[in-house]
Design a protein around this ligand. Structure first.
Ligand SMILES: [Fe+2]
Ligand SMILES: [Fe+2]
Length: 419
């Protein structure tokens, strides 16, 4: 953006947030510099994260178009703010999307709306393969969180390098909560633990052979299990979180929470719940070696890609094979989570008694979380639709366990509506 084009003439101002990342605005964009207008993006140029950072670094909050381009600008702003999927799967968009999946980290939005707290990191919305700024501090100052945050569609994400700032933010919210009423406090503490688990699983997926990372994962499982065991209400808060994740780390933590909850409802002993939690948290660890263009493909996988994807089970088993901290039962959860009771699963087509109780529980939690999750190309099923679908596939799942899971979710909804 080294343009030094000084242009006079009437201009129309709009906030910099109106520029959507990854788009090509069909008009010249200017900034005002000591009374002069400098063109920073020419018509048709791609507006990406680098361009954005550069403008923010210069303290720009407002940009301009030529007054004659006002109708174009209005149409552009309308188009980029609408939540209508663009069905735009051109290779460059997909490539950018994959980069965003790698460089950005999904966070829990209910945390961000806390008591008008301000943030010292930028938050973005990731929807329909596009990344859009939601709030960002300029010049190292704080940004407020917009009130409409809770209703925005898509994922709320931050830059990977802001994860430590986000964690400090979580700690500050928890400290705020110390004096508040118990119900809210427990809820936020539980969500904080879930957020912490996510960062641990993310590190683990980035470096799956690190013994240190596996140890941290196992420790957090015991905290999660304690939390689920000691307070059922907390469990409901965790299970009913509205997620749009397509991220393996979020999915892994969801499955660990759901599986532990099923374990509790089945009356399993604490050490069994711990084992189940470890297996469930690690169940997709093998996805760390699946190429990103297959793992995060914004569309259906073709047969060949699907075969590669299925390899995550065997890969996962291989990764933890020599890790003595992971017990044999936990290992079986990893190897069996895609097996089905009627023998239609993979990798070994096991059936009936060959699949352990913990493996059956993880299969149900895994499938449920996958179905209630939005994808870039598909809206999430509601819990009801997902359960109905699973009931139709009755022969695949342990009916008894599925039944207690449905009852558990039913109670969850009752407790929600009761306040
Ligand atoms: Fe899996
Ligand atoms: Fe999974």
């Amino acid at each position: 953006m080294a343009y030094k084009v000084y242009v006079y003439g009437p201009k129309k101002a709009f906030p910099i947030g109106g520029l959507a990342l990854g788009t090509r605005p069909p008009f010249n964009v200017f900034i005002q510099d000591e009374g002069l207008f400098t063109r920073v993006i020419y018509a048709g140029q791609r507006y990406g994260p680098e361009e954005r950072s550069e403008l923010l670094a210069r303290g720009v909050t407002e940009v301009f178009v030529d007054a004659k381009d006002a109708p174009e600008l209005d149409a552009y702003l309308k188009r980029t703010s609408e939540d209508v999927p663009a069905q735009n799967n051109d290779p460059e968009t997909v490539r950018e999307y994959l980069e965003h999946m790698r460089d950005y980290y999904q966070v829990e939005r209910s945390f961000l709306a806390h008591q008008n707290r301000q943030i010292d990191f930028a938050i973005y919305r990731f929807f329909d393969l596009r990344l859009m700024p939601v709030a960002e501090p300029v010049n190292n100052e704080f940004a407020s969180i917009p009130t409409e945050l809770q209703s925005l569609r898509g994922d709320i994400v931050i830059r990977n390098e802001d994860i430590p700032r986000y964690q400090r933010y979580i700690d500050a919210v928890i400290a705020d909560m110390a004096a508040s009423d118990t119900r809210d406090k427990q809820k936020f503490q539980a969500i904080a633990m879930k957020e912490k688990s996510k960062t641990i699983v993310k590190d683990l997926l980035d470096d799956p052979r690190s013994g240190e990372n596996i140890k941290k994962a196992m420790n957090i499982v015991s905290d999660l299990a304690d939390c689920v065991l000691s307070n059922r209400d907390v469990l409901y808060d965790l299970v009913t979180l509205n997620t749009y994740d397509q991220y393996t780390y979020t999915h892994s933590v969801n499955v660990a929470v759901l599986a532990s909850a099923i374990g509790v409802s089945r009356g399993l002993e604490k050490d069994m719940i711990q084992t189940l939690g470890v297996g469930a948290l690690l169940h997709d660890i093998g996805k760390s070696v699946i190429p990103a263009h297959i793992l995060n493909k914004p569309g259906r996988l073709n047969l060949r890609e699907y075969e590669i994807m299925k390899g995550h089970v065997v890969e996962g088993a291989r990764m933890i094979k020599f890790n003595e901290a992971v017990s044999e039962e936990a290992r079986l959860v990893i190897t069996q989570h895609h097996e089905r009771l009627n023998g239609t699963g993979y990798p070994n087509g096991l059936d009936g008694e060959q699949i352990t109780t913990l493996g059956r529980i993880c299969a149900i939690a895994d499938c449920y979380d996958a179905m209630t999750t939005s994808r870039p190309y598909m809206d999430a099923g509601t819990p009801f639709q997902s359960l109905t679908h699973m009931k139709k596939e009755k022969a695949s799942y342990d009916w008894d366990i599925l039944d207690s899971f449905i009852r558990m979710l039913g109670r969850t909804e009752t407790s929600e509506s009761a306040g």
